[in-house]
Design a binder for this molecule. Sequence first.
Ligand SMILES: Cc1ncc(COP(=O)(O)O)c(C=O)c1O
Length: 398
Amino acid sequence: MIIPIADRMSRIGTETAFAVSLEASQLARQGKKIYPFHLGDMNILTPSVVMDAAIEAMKQGKTGYAPTAGIPELREALAKNVGTARRLNLTADNVSIQPGGKPTIGKFILVVMNPGDKVLYPSPGYPIYESQIEFQGGVGLPYGYKEGRDGFILDLETIRRSIRAGVKILIYNNYQNPTGASSPPEEMEELARLVLKNNLFVLSDEAYFEIRYSGEPMSIATFPGLAERTVILYTFSKKFAMTGWRLGAAIGPVKVIENISKINVNDESCSNHFIQYGALAGLQGGSEGPAFIIDTLKARRDVLVEKLNAIPGIRCFTPEATFYLFPNVTGAMQRRGINNVEEFRKVCLHETGVSFCTRRHFGRPLPGETEQYVRFAYSGIDLAQINEGMAKLAEFLT
Ligand SMILES: Cc1ncc(COP(=O)(O)O)c(C=O)c1O
């Protein structure tokens, strides 16, 4: 029998980082000690204020369907919280609760993009943008990042060039996975100017807005004229260490949000009911939980940056947000006579147990890319393991 798989499935991508995970766990099963820097998952407990409220809600019978766009209390609380942090005038109507941050990507594209429309997206970047654009028949135009003085900066020249080729949508991820880039105010202002001048619509992926170690976070939606044309991807996953709970939101102009909620009706009906009460308690619970998460992550970042920069041929910035590092490993590869970054990853994994992703896991390389990068995530590995793993990697590469 021929199994009928629709043609469109040939266009959908995946997160190839999961293949790294599989490889690492196979080695672990064979008894190899693994240092997991590959996945952006977290080994930090969800704050108890969230857990307690979710358990209580379950006991109170919040186990049936919830309203499609989310419980009104949570939508209102998010409108207030996100509105205050970004200086936006939001109401519950601007918020559609989602089962995670990720669903907002595909639903946003489904609602605003017609087949054939051109969409700017970051590469290296979260691989689901490229996957969803192509799956839904759009034309993806990637833009990259360059090494600046203190961190990665947007390749605005490529963005300007693509806009001249007729772009409808911009996907922008500030604070960025995988580079850890934070746009300085002038960079974000220039991007906002280009968006307005060229009448673009924006998906602002703000999954890491609250995972910040210094400075004030900024959203492109705050610039005059941008709120009307921007949907914010919000997630509870990172801020409250809730990756497996699956809760987030699409936040933006009412017309788009209503259409996104219509897709909820067709897809999952609603997000998990009692979890929404947990998230609500988290939002109301002050900063106690998130502050612990940030302190834990910051201590890991500081050690890891120092250890990476101490290895000959590795150069690494200290990002002020996210829990990712994107070191340049070109020199370290040359020292070992390796040209291919995937081969470098495998050698390091098999020889030292240190497991990380490479630039290749975050979209197709762009023309003219000559330097080699890998991504270290430090959200799922504690300090003692970071120290142990990095000692092995340093010994192997020095
Ligand atoms: C940039 C970015 N956007 C969205 C997501 C999805 O978040 P969630 O786990 O809440 O679906 C992630 C997850 O790693 C991410 O890195």
